[in-house]
Ligand binder design. Structure first.
Ligand SMILES: NC(=O)c1ccc[n+]([C@@H]2O[C@H](COP(=O)([O-])OP(=O)(O)OC[C@H]3O[C@@H](n4cnc5c(N)ncnc54)[C@H](O)[C@@H]3O)[C@@H](O)[C@H]2O)c1
Length: 387
């Protein structure tokens, strides 16, 4: 039983996502559990190394976890250890530059989504990885959350028949005066905007639920035109909402599945969670939240008569059941780290390749193109044909 140590260099380790989801809830948690077990009895032990720009924020974080750190990213690129993984957690605009240097130095790479700002940049990374013979992966956490994962299982088993329609409603209200999201998110020139941010999630989520989006018609909006930064009012430049309809090519359905989506930082949720997905099929329907999935079959669907005096005051819980058949991971981010580390060490299936990440960028950018053309439908290319 051997222990295979994999050095993992985390850039922008103090960032919101890297610190909490990747360092604390994934890598530290894997280490605490004794590593990632392999079928042959060996185990993979990640060895985190924190990278960042500022000593004063990086050093306390490194001390808190007991991992080494450096503000000299260049030194790592010049002389990386064997089998090292580089994780990119910087703002999206910086992904291409950081990942390029990591790949060229011979490191495997794993990155937050969206992969890059443009499809050209994404495909450049795919080609570089192939040339250097290193592995590349992109975060697709929403796939592994309990609700969506149960829904994928439900649909795969044919329990709601052919998917007919998806209604995806996401978001929360980001108050103009508080900083619950990083400033760059509201700044177009810095790579901000909800389209790239969230449509890069919806691309793989819709693909794994009903089928790959192949066409889109979208409207974008900048509802909150000014936000406060360091006590000063600043005009916002990136869209904070997008209302997009996708056509997804489903293996289960002869016709494209229409997927209506709302993504907004100007949405006030009342029901559970920040994401609600309702999927109608020929044999039943699913109602999906981040943490759970309900479903109903046609047999259990009550017969509802339209009567505004009664139906307008009723809930319709009858016939709906919680779907819990699939084994789902406790922690989506940690689960994908485990899958990616196994892929690096054993060559097992890559959960989400850089090419998959490039597809997400294509879907997001075509959504933006449609929005810029006042909703004129745009074709979403299969990026595999562009290589
Ligand atoms: N998977 C998800 O659900 C999810 C959620 C939010 C964000 N993200 C993605 O994660 C990435 C980071 O987002 P975040 O919300 O953690 O951002 P953040 O602003 O909280 O963190 C970014 C980090 O990058 C550092 N940084 C900023 N400018 C830099 C520069 N010029 N050079 C080097 N480092 C720099 C900052 O100091 C900070 O540590 C983005 O690509 C974003 O799209 C993913």
């Amino acid at each position: 039983m051997a222990t295979i140590e994999i050095p993992v260099f985390l850039r922008s380790a103090t960032g919101r996502m890297t610190r909490r989801q990747h360092l604390e809830r994934s890598l530290a948690s894997i280490i605490q559990a004794g590593g990632v077990n392999l079928d042959n009895g060996d185990r993979i032990m990640p060895a985190p190394f924190l990278l960042g720009r500022r000593e004063e924020t990086l050093a306390p974080l490194a001390r808190q976890f007991g991992y080494p750190y450096s503000t000299d990213v260049e030194a790592v690129f010049r002389n990386p250890p064997d089998h090292a993984v580089y994780f990119e957690g910087s703002p999206t605009k910086l992904h291409h530059e950081g990942l390029t240097r990591a790949i060229d130095s011979g490191m495997h790479v794993y990155t937050e989504k969206p992969l890059t700002l443009s499809v050209d940049e994404s495909l450049d990374l795919v080609r570089r990885c192939r040339q250097r013979g290193v592995c590349g992966g992109v975060v697709q956490d929403k796939r592994y959350l309990c609700g969506p994962a149960q829904a994928m299982d439900l649909i795969d088993r044919g329990l709601i028949g052919q998917p007919l329609h998806v209604l995806l409603d996401f978001g929360y209200f980001v108050h103009p005066d508080d900083g619950t999201r990083p400033d760059w998110n509201a700044d177009k020139a810095e790579g901000g905007g909800i389209i790239l941010d969230m449509v890069s999630h919806w691309d793989y989520l819709l693909k794994h639920l009903v089928g790959q989006p192949s066409r889109v018609s979208a409207h974008a909006a900048l509802h909150i035109k000014q936000r406060t930064r360091n006590g000063q009012p600043v005009p916002t430049t990136a869209e904070d909402s997008v209302y997009a309809t996708f056509e997804a090519d489903s293996a289960l359905s002869p016709e494209p599945v229409v997927c209506t989506t709302v993504s907004s930082w100007c949405r006030r949720p009342r029901k559970r969670g920040l994401l609600e997905i309702r999927i109608q099929g020929t044999e039943g329907a699913a109602e999906v939240y981040l943490d759970r999935c309900y479903w109903i079959s046609n047999e259990r669907t009550p017969s509802i008569a339209w009567d505004p005096d009664t139906a307008s005051r009723e809930d319709f819980p009858e016939g709906w059941e919680l779907y819990e058949q699939a084994a789902v991971p406790e922690n989506a981010f940690r689960h994908q780290w485990e899958l990616f580390l196994r892929h690096v060490v054993t060559g097992s299936e890559n959960p989400a390749s850089l090419l998959d990440g490039a597809q997400g960028v294509e879907t997001a950018n075509q959504t933006a193109a449609s929005a810029a053309a006042m909703g004129t439908p745009a074709t979403i290319r299969n990026v595999r044909s562009l290589l």
